[in-house]
Design a protein around this ligand. Structure first.
Ligand SMILES: CC(C)(COP(=O)(O)OP(=O)(O)OC[C@H]1O[C@@H](n2cnc3c(N)ncnc32)[C@H](O)[C@@H]1OP(=O)(O)O)[C@@H](O)C(=O)NCCC(=O)NCCS
Length: 163
């Protein structure tokens, strides 16, 4: 498990767009904006919370986190966040995790989330949340990791874990 370094940005981008549900973009600007919203922002501002699973130079997966979601510069690009604010008191941190399609189901995602959880625990962060679709099958992944708090709002499912 290594911290993010620039050499992995192209592979990280590939994994991000492969996992994204949005596949069509009207122009490069729209594509870049989506990347910035869920990846670039975190790499620029919170790279110490960006962890990579790498094997022989190949990126297997990544997790991007931040310890306190209540950051106005994040709200500016993720306008769905304020509606969930009351849950950020107990679960202030959040993450985005994605694995390469060939690396799924082998424990990589679990290892990445646990790495971030350990880091946040050392910093006395009280909890962590993720957001996904209410019918998304990845919610089982988080539930198995111990995310036992769930709130659904505006077709978004927030799952939380105390640290
Ligand atoms: C979701 C994801 C990050 C999980 O990582 P992973 O490396 O495949 O998962 P792991 O192998 O660490 O799985 C840990 C446990 O969760 C389960 N699990 C993982 N993904 C699951 C899924 N989609 N549905 C049901 N269970 C799942 C595993 O079976 C495993 O269970 P076990 O402990 O009983 O063996 C990865 O599959 C992925 O990138 N998926 C596509 C993109 C995505 O959904 N990202 C999350 C966006 S919110």
């Amino acid at each position: 498990m290594v911290n993010f370094s620039e050499e992995f940005r192209p592979q990280l981008s590939e994994i991000f767009f492969e996992t994204s549900t949005k596949k069509e973009f009207k122009d490069q600007k729209e594509k870049d904006a989506l990347f910035w919203k869920y990846v670039g922002f975190y790499l620029s501002h919170y790279s110490q919370y960006a962890w990579l699973a790498v094997q022989e130079g190949k990126l297997l997966g990544y997790v991007l986190g931040m310890p306190s979601t209540q950051d106005p510069s994040l709200y500016a690009i993720q306008p769905h966040l304020p509606a969930f604010e009351e849950h950020f008191k107990t679960y202030p941190a959040h993450l985005h995790v994605n694995c390469h399609v060939d690396a799924r189901g082998k424990g990589v995602g679990k290892m990445l989330v646990q790495k971030l959880l350990c880091q946040l625990k050392d910093q006395n962060v009280s909890g962590l949340h993720i957001m996904t679709g209410p019918t998304s099958d990845n919610k089982v992944f988080y539930q198995k990791l111990g995310f036992d708090y769930a709130v659904e709002l505006n077709l978004i499912l927030l799952l939380g874990i105390r640290i």
